[in-house]
Ligand binder design. Sequence first.
Ligand code: SIB
Ligand code: ZN
Length: 433
Amino acid sequence: MSELLVSGGRVLRPDLTVERADVLVDQSAGEILAVEAPGELAGDDELDASGGLVIPGLVNAHTHVAMTLLRGYADDKPLDAWLQEDIWPVEAELTPEDVRVGAELGLVEMVKSGTTALSDMYFHVDEIAAAVEQAGVRAVLGHTAVTVGKDDEGARADVQESLDVALELDGAADGRVRTTFQPHSLTTVGEEYLREFVPEAVEAGLPMHLHANETEAEVAPIVEEHGMRPLEYADDVGLLGEDTFLAHCVHVDDDEIDRLAETGTGAVHCPASNMKLASGMAPVQRLLDGGVTVGLGTDGAASNNDLDMFDEMRDAAMLGKLAADDASAVAAETVVRMATENGADLLGFDGGRIEPGANADLAVLDLDAPHLTPAHDLVSHLAYAARGSDVRHTVCDGAVLMRDRDLTVFDEAAVRERASEHATALVERAEES
Ligand SMILES: N[C@@H](CCSC[C@H]1O[C@@H](n2cnc3c(=O)[nH]cnc32)[C@H](O)[C@@H]1O)C(=O)O
Ligand SMILES: [Zn+2]
């Protein structure tokens, strides 16, 4: 049994207190074995955490990791126009290899900024799973089904593929890959397909992940067509439940919040994307007060435009206060929990906390920086002052993915170069067609 000692640092405990401690990791089981006072433990290998803070690996609970190739390609538009005029036409040109390269770039960015788990929605999912396997992180993946604009045969095939991919890929990468059934949203998948396939997904025991109540513009047509608020409709077609989590939940009323809580449905807040696309302000504090588990996600790099979960924590805290008109809303501890234990809970991983028995998924931040000085309150620093580039080491499933800011899992320069080449060629193809 090989054991890794993360030594000499301070550790963020599950109750969000910070203490000086060493962390011992069982690398073959991928589990935290012990958290003890400095000097009490020994390992075969060591990660130097002196001057640092050991935190749970961050959980990006909603993203489209391969969209890094479209970072900065189309900005400053609302969701509908952005998707239809810019993003979808280019995505139509994406090859499996593009998706692989885009996913690798996104995963490099994630590992470098302390993210060890993600929930992704996309297509060519085999390629994303292969990139996740190489990156060493955990991921909940799936094929996202869209039926609008397709004939019946094409629509059914796409939703069937979402089911098939979820069943086939579950457990890949030594169990680090789990899956979800993924209707894209309540307006982009027709009712007949939801009524047919959702019960199948439930029957197969598949968790579900979709976009919901993201913009005001998608709420009105649902109310008009079905005579119900979107989440009432989602419940009616069987989408809500303990194994479902919904990205965005910006435009939800009190009844919908109650419905989420009663059914045990989770929500993923994506503050940067919601601000950038001017989608609105999610009532995060009300969701939490109502008993809903709320995680945090970056959404894709084309609507953010990075995958840094430290930025996302700060954005969530800032926007949450503005939305509640209350500076005490969505406090520092709240966003740290959203990015760690709540995310792990939604994704179904036994992580998000530094504690014996939990998954050995962690990041070590270097606190020796002017923007992290003085150290009155390290939870405040995590929420408001730290950046992804403060991360010095990243560990997932007991394996060291980055040591002293050097990736062990990818050749970073090669990934960046390949991604740039693929992104340029992709945009050229899209503009010719
Ligand atoms: N476009 C494909 C499948 C969709 S994959 C998931 C999709 O979600 C898109 N996406 C990214 N961010 C958002 C968002 O904030 N809301 C809704 N869709 C998004 C993304 O560009 C991607 O097309 C088809 O037509 O079959
Ligand atoms: Zn999204």
